[in-house]
Design a binder for this molecule. Sequence first.
Ligand code: PEP
Ligand code: MN
Length: 305
Amino acid sequence: MTDFNTKRTWGPTPAYPQVLAYRPKTHLGRPIVIAGPCSIEDADQVEVVARKLAAHGVTFMRGGVFRAGTYPKDNFGLKRALLRTFSNTARRHGLKTIVEVIDVRQLDYIDQYADAFQVGARQGQGYVLLKELAKTKKPVTLKRGAGMKLDEFLGAAEYLARGRCMPILIERGGASFMDHVRWELSTSLIAAVKQITKLPIIVDASHGSGRRDLVQPLTLAGIAAGADGFLVEVHPCPEKSISDTDQAFPLDEYPRLLQRALAVRHAALGLPVIVPSTTYTVTTASMAIPAVKWEAISKKENKAR
Ligand code: PEP
Ligand code: MN
């Protein structure tokens, strides 16, 4: 990357000293696990999702409340009461809340209800917002904009890293000529970020594909590439999700995804993964992550894979 930077003959020289110097303090070794619906819809939905996520040791519950859709008619989740419901329910279940901020004027209000903030892909280069968020002491997740290259992504992260917040990068795919997915997830970007900086980066395969059938495999791929965690949009009834319907992952299937994701992370970190001939066993004794129960696979099934 350094060579690449110095070879450039156009534009400003990339400069992200705080990103390069950043050393995470507390969460080391623990995966950052974020799940929840695309949009907060009603009290029942929040209760059902929160209960399930809490039972499986998820850290952050997400949910869009103040949103801006691709088209202005997409006017979802603009109700303050929903933010209170979301926050009260999640916290009652012991979950931390993560809420997207799209406008600095909402920041003080959202601050009361959010344990962490999200900067969406469309706001990823909103430098006024980034500067303001950098002042908080909370985690701030920064999504890569659909048109941002690694360089712009780290430049945006520099705005956060200059402040007091804890920046967390999110790879959520970008524009490409591929038309089998909504956005093309870049696993190489995840691996490249890990080469350059110690900033945590997590994979969002929900937006990074737009397809529920690809959410699990691409989550696993992102973790294998070195992601420090994963964000998944879940819904108790995916077809009824009021936004990002096609990518909503069934809540009931989430525990299995979680189990597999933690196992892949374990392997990606180079921790002992015992593979006897008849079963796969993942040991977690040395890790500060929840115990992973790995399903036993018969010899016959194993062969068929
Ligand atoms: C979201 O997280 O629901 C969202 C809108 O994501 P993105 O900003 O990545 O499109
Ligand atoms: Mn969404």
